[in-house]
Design a protein around this ligand. Structure first.
Ligand code: GLU
Length: 504
């Protein structure tokens, strides 16, 4: 007996269809439902809507659940968890004939009928409508067929679907929480299919039956579903059921204000995980797509989002999916992480096969990785394997591949550079203490002695030590590379320039 269950006041659901890799917009819907449930002390239900068998994609359900897990959106009822209204997968519910029963209920009370029109007839109808420049859609041919006629056709083996009987007049009105009352003309909706000939329900029927049975109080879903909602409202009326509160969330746009799509870059949630965004960043960022706390705070913990959430903070205006903002926010989150936590994140990326070059032996020294973190902390936007490996490889390599031309700085030539580097190598050998601040002083003095600008000497040293023009602060880099390897690298660079060293 479901009505004796002690249910919370708010019951919301995330009802994905496993038709592809879960999209950021889809997970935004999940997230706002989850936050609402947690804020209200209600329940968050996950229901898999897999009745469109042709659009099913292998592995998509697993990816959806993986995405929810990664974002930390735990569900109170749903796959793997069960609950009072199990099963939570529609194909399994279909096997229990829940949708067949519901369709028969609508037929019995005069709100639906069986239709035996063949695909050929429907195609001819469509062509005729097109030729006459009329809107295409079902013409109600089977609407008034007698039970005998229908039985005869079915006895001959004609397949049938069940269609909802859309009222021929009046209007459909429903309230959208964010947009107020919306009015539709039912005559434009045509008698739509609710149960297919294979016994599978369409989305319209299946989700209503389930939302009703599962006692869903609020439907938070994307604006794209508004045009379907009049159908749903008519069906609720047909069943004599109370509809839930409809809250259609804002549409997501790319920075150019067109509908967010692949054209704008990644749109699959897990791609962001794979590209090195933190789950906390993604949670925070998605929560702000169509919702705001009403203050100027943008960087919020999960707990703060839950606490500040209200339906009134939702906004119907389109939200821009701004990747630059996401990167900025991820940088903020990365900087909030302590050095040790960051080292934990970096270690597996660097050790991966496609991380640091294969010549560097694994496992890496965790203490050393932890020492390197402060050198790149400020510059990190994402924990991208390729990027961090590129940023750090020269700290691990014995020898680096050097282009001698890169070493020579403005206003210098190969000979002056080689001799400056020789002096620098000698200074490095004897420098005491071997610490960044003191090294800087000693090398500034050396610049004066050699009559070079710091930019010149430091530039040549940077390239000699790292093979890069952009690298972390020079003297911290020297310390991390260590005295011996630094001396070797600087000497080698000098040798390459004076022609005495081996070419790289
Ligand atoms: N299965 C639908 C989807 O994939 C659910 C829509 C709804 O929330 O009603 O988005």
């Amino acid at each position: 007996m479901t009505d004796t269950l002690n249910l919370g006041p708010v019951r919301v659901r995330y009802a994905p269809s496993p038709t592809g890799d879960p999209h950021v917009g889809n997970l935004r819907t999940a997230l706002l439902n989850w936050v609402f449930a947690r804020h209200a002390g209600g329940q968050f239900i996950v229901r898999i809507e897999d009745t469109d068998r042709e659009r099913m994609v292998d592995g998509a359900e697993e990816r959806i659940l993986e995405a929810l897990d990664w974002l930390g959106l735990d569900w109170d009822e749903g796959p793997g968890k069960g609950g009072p209204f199990a099963p939570y997968v529609q194909s399994e519910r279909k096997a229990l004939d829940k949708y067949g029963d519901a369709a028969r209920q609508l037929i019995a009370n005069g709100h639906a009928y069986e239709c035996t029109c063949t695909p050929e007839r429907l195609e001819q109808l469509r062509q005729r409508q097109r030729a006459e420049k009329k809107p295409t859609g079902y013409d109600g041919y089977c609407r008034n067929k007698s039970a005998d006629e229908l039985a005869g056709e079915k006895a001959q083996g004609l397949a049938s679907v069940v269609r909802f009987k859309v009222p021929l007049e009046g209007e459909v009105v429903f309230n959208d929480f964010l947009r107020g009352p919306l009015t539709f003309d039912p005559s434009l909706l045509q008698d739509f299919v609710i149960l297919k000939s294979d016994g599978y329900p369409t989305y319209h029927l299946a989700h209503i039956v389930d939302d009703h049975e599962m006692q869903i109080t609020h439907v938070l879903r994307s604006e794209e579903w508004i045009s379907s909602t009049p159908r749903h409202v008519m069906m609720y009326e047909g069943f004599g059921w109370e509809p839930p509160e409809f809250v259609h969330l804002s549409i997501l746009l790319g920075p150019d204000r067109s509908k967010l799509s692949k054209r704008h870059g990644d749109t699959a949630l897990l791609e962001f995980r794979d590209k090195g965004f933190l789950p906390g960043t993604m949670f925070n960022f998605l929560s702000l797509l169509g919702w705001s706390a009403g203050d100027d705070e943008e960087v919020m913990t999960r707990e703060q989002v839950i606490e500040k959430f209200s339906l009134d903070g939702l906004n119907a205006a389109p939200s821009i999916f701004d990747i630059t903002k996401l990167e900025w926010m991820n940088g903020v989150y990365l900087r909030q992480l302590g050095v040790d936590a960051l080292a934990e994140l970096l270690l597996p990326e660097l050790e991966a096969d496609d991380g640091l070059p294969a010549s560097i032996s694994r496992p890496l020294d965790k203490v050393f990785v932890t020492e390197l973190v402060p050198l790149i902390h400020e510059r990190l936007k994402v924990i991208d394997r390729t990027e961090v490996s590129e940023m750090l490889s020269y700290f691990f390599e014995e020898e680096i591949e050097l282009d001698p031309a890169e070493v020579v700085q403005k206003g210098m030539d190969e000979a002056t550079t080689a001799s400056a580097l020789e002096s620098a190598a000698a200074r490095l050998e004897s420098a005491e203490p071997f610490e960044a601040e003191s090294l800087e002083q000693q090398f500034r003095t050396l610049c004066e002695e050699l009559e070079l600008k710091p930019r010149q000497l430091f530039g040549a040293l940077r390239v000699s030590l790292t093979a890069r023009r952009v690298a972390p602060p020079l003297f911290d880099t020297m310390v991390a590379i260590g005295r011996d390897r630094s001396v070797d690298r600087v000497r080698r660079a000098a040798g390459l320039l004076s022609g005495t060293g081996a070419r790289a």
